[in-house]
Design a protein around this ligand. Sequence first.
Ligand code: AMP
Ligand code: GLY
Length: 433
Amino acid sequence: MKILVVGSGGREHALAWKLAQSPRVQLVYVAPGNGGTAQDERLRNVDITEPAALADFVEKEQIAFTLVGPEAPLAAGIVNLFRSRGLKIFGPTKEAAQLESSKDFAKAFMKRHAIPTAEYETFAAAAAHAYIDSKGAPIVIKADGLATGKGVVVAQTLEEAHTAVDMMLSDNKLGDAGARVVIEEFLAGEEASFIVMVDGKNVLPLASSQDHKRLLDADQGPNTGGMGAYSPAPIVTPQLHARVMREIILPTVRGMEKEGNRFTGFLYAGLMIDAQGNPKTLEFNCRMGDPETQPIMARLKGDYSKVVEQAIAGTLDTVELEWDRRTALGVVIAAHNYPDTPRKGDLISGIPAETADSVTFHAGTTLADGKLTTSGGRVLCVVGLADSVRSAQSAAYETINHISFDGMQYRHDIGYRAINRKHDAKTKAKGKH
Ligand code: AMP
Ligand code: GLY
């Protein structure tokens, strides 16, 4: 069978890499793909991005099903279009994708269904300023629409909060995405990514993971799309897992069904877990996480093409996933000047071949005339696998030592929370504090 993966990032490379491992799969097309998917002989890049042209391609090539990576084509209705043409695709419709594409939609939905989340109000006008003054700082300002990670400002001071509102509402810096703003309560705690597959009714949870959103070590510097992730995330204990399913995921899937807006696809709840272990929903995404997908796919065993087929058929209740017991830890290597305006065109060298305990997924890379160069902000994600978080971390950084390009930047502490947690648990057990 042939499969199509839509997208060009590290997430899509990891999904295509996993799907291509199936003995049933002859070829995985990636549209448009990147330098890494270009190099793998089981994968083939297709230079098409327009949904109707993709549907034509799928018909012509008799592709069994399509898996969509990023939110933009989902929010634009690629699933609606494919279904109207009788083509199999896994992802949410445009209407269901509003859980990600409109923060106001997601917040109002959570309120209607009593799903734990930060208190909020939505504004399209200057009343936002008075609301901020009445609530005080810290406070969080979010553009309603999709803003490629630039739409959230966690304001530590009132001044920052007012500036953020002006930037979105008055100066229109984010265009339509910022025409309305959600202002919400600041939540303290530790974040985790909780990602499941949904077939409209049944829910299949994927392994837990944790992302690192800030650019620099110790969670300093600006927010990014994600600088590294690992799986499993020890903060997601079996108890917390059960609670998130009961209080957040299942009410969301049931609520969407009840409202006549069935959700199919990956559902990603970004969680904030407070010091007492209570989870709240920071946001929903209607797709997998990037870079969370890279360590998650590295741990997934079995034939993933069958799982996606079951998801499309609505029979996820019959599927059981098997995971590599090891920890997978992925470190993102970003380009010079990421996340502002990343430099392109730097020559990349030294990426080691995949081994049993390390694999490098590409994102912003291009292969031309046999040369691999940078072409985006997040360039590579190097995944290490080992029995402990610390050893998985060493495996990833050992691989990175071989890789070089001008201006490369990466964090040196991916996985630190899991490592500290273990250390804290040990010292507590010894009665040291
Ligand atoms: P979002 O796109 O809504 O997940 O927001 C991006 C990032 O902003 C999150 O990963 C958090 O680090 C931070 N954030 C969002 N909402 C809140 C909140 N209510 N309180 C504290 N931090 C938040
Ligand atoms: N890693 C965060 C995201 O994919 O939204």
